[in-house]
Design a protein around this ligand. Structure first.
Ligand code: F6P
Length: 321
């Protein structure tokens, strides 16, 4: 068996742990393994190197991805897909492991229509927005990074008795905002999944002040329907004259050493991807649901919307007393 592996889209801490696990599991079966550089770009331009167990030494603790990654527009064209197919044929690749998010899986499904090798996806995105797995690789690290930052901001917010808006990543999903907000005792969160009335948000913040709160933190997911944190801040100021500070956490959420949780998830899923290929499956993403390793058709990972936990959502307001 000749298998190739790539990372695609936004990098996520734990991708290296997944690469390591998949490469070594495949080598245990005496498969030939190729690493593709820069995601689909490398597939189009034939940037492949053979990998062995030693090529993945001492990477489990590092963020980023040793294979590099990219968002590749060319792969969305027929010519790009055909060129990728030619590369796979030239190297005699029979199976492809793709670590990425829903954009990467859209690409995988398009490729599957013209190439008859096996394709297995691994959920690698800090956003946690893939249906078919409770958690995605990188999410736990990103939440912990955000919590650490918000805790620091709370110190200065409390000292100066200020109101802060903190923007976290999540273009279409509020998972990071919800868990980072709950873990750091945020007064409010705003997520793309729920329409928050700004007047009501302000009213609740003022009520908190009347109850003796001396600082307030509003965690905003970047994909919020009211705009980014600066826009929301301006709207609140126009609406109610509140003074505020804005912090955009940005790409620090994507970097750093993966947490043990992310390393274990990545290690399990990397090995399981190889098991699934050995069973002859294709067109699926591997995941973990309620502690069980599972597979789900790639299309379903984005066609079914993964919901935020309603119980956690309720707790944000219940605990803001
Ligand atoms: O998809 C992961 C993610 O980190 C999103 O949360 C964010 O909106 C996006 O990537 C940022 O992408 P880029 O690094 O290309 O600006």
């Amino acid at each position: 068996m000749r298998v190739a592996i790539l990372t695609s889209g936004g990098d996520a801490p734990g991708m290296n742990a997944a690469i390591r696990s998949a490469v070594r599991s495949a080598k245990n079966l005496n498969w030939s393994v190729f690493g593709i550089k820069r995601g689909y770009r490398g597939l189009i331009y034939g940037e492949l190197d053979e990998m062995g167990s030693r090529s993945v030494s001492n990477i489990i603790q590092h963020g980023g991805t040793i294979l590099r990654t990219s968002r590749c527009k060319e792969f969305e064209t027929d010519e790009g897909l055909q060129q990728a197919k030619r590369t796979l044929e030239a190297y005699g690749i029979q199976a492809l492991i793709i670590i990425g998010g829903d954009g990467s899986f859209h690409g995988a499904v398009a490729l599957a229509k013209i190439w008859d090798g096996q394709i297995v996806g691994l959920p690698g995105t800090i956003d946690n927005d893939l249906f078919g797995t409770d958690y995605t690789i990188g999410y736990d690290t990103a939440v912990n990074t955000a919590v650490e930052a918000i805790d620091k901001i709370r110190d200065t917010a409390e000292a100066q008795e200020r109101f802060f808006l903190i923007e976290v990543m999540g273009r279409e999903a509020g998972f990071i905002a919800l868990e980072a907000g709950l873990s750091s005792g945020a007064e409010e969160i705003m997520v793309p999944e729920i329409h928050s009335e700004l007047g009501e948000v302000h009213k609740r913040l003022m009520q908190g002040k009347q109850r003796g709160k001396t600082s307030s933190i509003l965690v905003v997911a970047e994909g919020n329907h009211e705009g980014n944190a600066y826009e929301i801040g301006n709207k609140l100021k126009n609406l109610c004259g509140s003074d505020y500070r804005v912090v955009v956490l940005g790409h620090i959420q994507r970097g750093g050493s993966p947490t043990a949780r992310d390393r274990i998830l990545a290690t399990k899923l990397g090995a399981y991807a190889v098991d699934v290929l050995a069973e002859g499956k294709t067109g699926v993403m591997v995941g973990e649901v309620k502690g069980e390793l599972t597979t789900i058709p790639l299309e379903q990972t984005w066609q079914t919307k993964k919901p935020l936990d309603p119980y956690l959502l309720r707790l944000i307001s219940v605990l803001d007393t």
